[in-house]
Write a protein that binds this ligand. Structure first.
Ligand code: AP5
Length: 216
């Protein structure tokens, strides 16, 4: 399966992508994660991207398109992949088509804006490996410690309220038009986010036409 997940910041794209990735045994490619890793490592890409990401702005198309082009050529993408956070603009979507990539479905994950604020304000991320938690909905076993690697859990810099406002504005202006873009190609399916992660997964699988899944 070659799947794109669209949705506002904090809608739960990364959370659902991780579950789908395990179910279908295909990688999740998150441009946000790739960029944050580059920032943690202090690479040239990271240093360039940091000035955009910290202000809630999009990194230039040319930079992200190059990242994706390289990543989709890796061996683990042969049987499919999940794109989380790419494309985010019409030129990025056009670039994907020009790469000769045929997408099977585009999932739009819809969550009311007041929930988004609640989710983002409670999100914590591991400073070492990037694993994501939520203080209420997905707490770590030990307070402030990553279950995966024991690293310290911190709030993402771009999760500050003023920056979130910017990210939401950028989403509506530049990314939301992709819903019509893919609807016109007959690829768009919609799932509505629920209070619990596993209930959202049910909606996601229903939208994708997947029936045989144990949600517990
Ligand atoms: P990116 O990392 O892609 O951020 P985003 O789209 O803003 O999405 P988030 O990671 O904030 O949220 P999510 O939808 O994955 O939600 P999550 O699962 O974590 O991009 C960051 C930045 O990178 C951009 O602003 C831009 O600068 C740059 N960038 C990236 N891609 C780019 C591109 N293509 N072009 C240009 N620039 C690009 O869930 C959120 C929280 O809610 C978590 O704590 C989770 O535990 C909790 N939660 C999830 N589901 C539920 C549920 N059902 N119930 C309760 N809680 C839930």
């Amino acid at each position: 399966m070659k799947l794109i997940i669209l949705g506002e910041p904090g809608a739960g794209k990364g959370t659902q992508a991780e579950i789908l990735s395990q179910k279908f045994n295909i990688p999740t490619i998150s441009t946000g994660e790739i960029i944050r890793n580059a920032i943690r490592q202090g690479t040239a890409l990271g240093n360039e991207a940091k000035q955009y990401i910290d202000r809630g702005l999009l990194v230039p198309d040319s930079v992200v398109i190059d990242i994706i082009k390289d990543r989709l050529h890796e061996d683990d993408c042969k049987n499919g992949f999940i794109l989380d956070g790419f494309p985010r603009t019409v030129p990025q979507a056009d670039a994907l088509t020009k790469m000769g990539i045929t997408i099977d479905k585009v999932l739009s994950l819809e969550v009311p804006e007041e929930k988004i604020i609640q989710r983002i304000s409670g999100r914590r991320q591991c400073n070492e490996c990037g694993a994501t938690y939520h203080v209420i909905y997905k707490p770590p076993k030990q307070e402030n410690k990553c279950d995966v690697c024991g690293g310290e859990l911190i709030m993402r810099k771009d999760d500050a309220p003023e920056t979130v406002k910017n990210r939401l504005r950028v989403y509506h202006e530049q990314t939301e038009p992709l819903k019509d873009y893919y609807k016109n190609k007959d690829l768009l399916v919609v799932a509505y986010g629920q209070e619990e992660v596993k209930d959202t997964t049910k909606e996601v699988f229903k939208a994708l036409g997947v029936e045989d899944y144990d949600y517990n």
